[in-house]
Design a protein around this ligand. Structure first.
Ligand code: C5P
Length: 311
């Protein structure tokens, strides 16, 4: 299986809910930075991880991919009691860990789709999306891929109707990580401080889909898209990781059409006008010493998909 990283082209965050989550309106966009996952029958469930940041991925029941396997088994076993044996998942990571690119969610989505194939469970995409949403807020999108509007925790998805324009992205990976719950908590604190009231007393506005962003996507106009990128979590991520300001500023100075912290960060994303511009921007950014490393990616790309096993 191959499964893509996600960017949020818009991430509008509402007030905290009673369950600790925040209502979102987000525009997800899958890009060509992939983890590779295999699933093989085994005596009992297990996972092994290699590649980018592998030492920071849990290999026990906390692993999101194993949670996805368990969730599928629970949902599917009544229908096919004979088959759902153990499974060993191997994950070759290229999506950095805790980077705002939903790498863990991607692996969970791939494990879900892989076990659905392996066990011949035969669940359709709507059922897989429902199970995915229970595993994590971003898992359903990694099953779907493309460009899609997410609501609720981000798990209620509507594919964006847009021409198949490829966009050229440069990703700047940071030297460090950010914890998603910590960034959401920092946003709540920043908003409370702005309002001069304790967090409990103030409600952030309900999130709204950005019409300018959707219009840019419909027209396939990269310049317009670059101007419309937005992320409510960005000030919170910058407050916890101030060095990212320099990274964003460097990208804009080097001619990016738009620059944004990706999700809860600390990866920064930059939109380039063409594949050649992306190549130049990636080279200049990596020379500027404002990040750990850079990668180029195009989007949108499909969600978790079976690819022939490597020989
Ligand atoms: O759903 P997931 O496990 O990916 O979310 C990780 C954490 O991110 C949550 O525990 C919560 O603190 C925060 N979160 C949130 N609102 C969302 C999605 C995530 O507060 N819509």
């Amino acid at each position: 299986m191959r499964v893509p990283a996600k960017l949020n082209l818009q991430l509008a965050v509402g007030p905290p809910r009673a369950d600790g989550y925040h209502d979102l309106v987000t525009v997800f966009h899958a890009v060509s930075l992939f983890d590779e996952i295999t699933a093989r029958p085994a005596g009992r469930d297990g996972v092994s991880v290699t590649g980018e940041g592998a030492d920071r991925v849990p290999e026990d029941g906390d692993n999101l991919a194993l949670r996805a396997v368990a969730a599928l088994r629970e949902a599917a076993v009544p229908a096919s009691p004979a088959d759902a044996g153990g499974v060993h998942i191997t994950i070759a990571k290229r999506i950095p860990v805790a980077a705002g690119l939903a790498g863990g969610s991607a692996d969970a989505a791939a494990a879900l789709v892989a076990c659905n194939e392996l066990w011949g469970t035969g669940l359709g995409q709507p059922q897989l999306l429902e199970i995915a949403a229970r595993v994590g807020s971003d898992v359903a999108f990694a099953v779907l891929g493309g460009t899609a509007v997410g609501r609720g925790r981000g798990e209620r998805l509507t594919p964006a109707l847009a021409p198949a324009t490829p966009y050229h992205w440069v990703l700047a990976f940071a030297d460090g990580q950010l914890s998603t719950p910590a960034v959401y908590a920092a946003l709540d604190r920043l908003r409370a401080a702005e309002a001069g009231a304790p967090a409990a007393k103030r409600r952030a506005a309900e999130p709204v889909l950005d019409a300018a962003l959707m219009s840019a996507l419909r027209s396939g106009d990269a310049r317009q898209l670059g101007r419309a990128l937005s992320n409510d979590l960005q000030p919170a991520a910058l407050s916890l990781f101030p060095a990212l300001r320099k990274t964003l500023a460097a990208g804009i100075e080097l001619g990016a059409l738009g620059a944004l912290v990706s999700g809860s960060g600390p990866t920064c994303l930059f939109l380039a006008a063409s594949a050649d511009r992306a190549l130049d921007l990636a080279a200049s950014l990596s020379g500027a010493g404002v990040c750990r490393s850079v990668a180029r990616a195009t989007g949108p790309v499909p969600g978790a998909a079976v690819v022939p096993a490597a020989r």
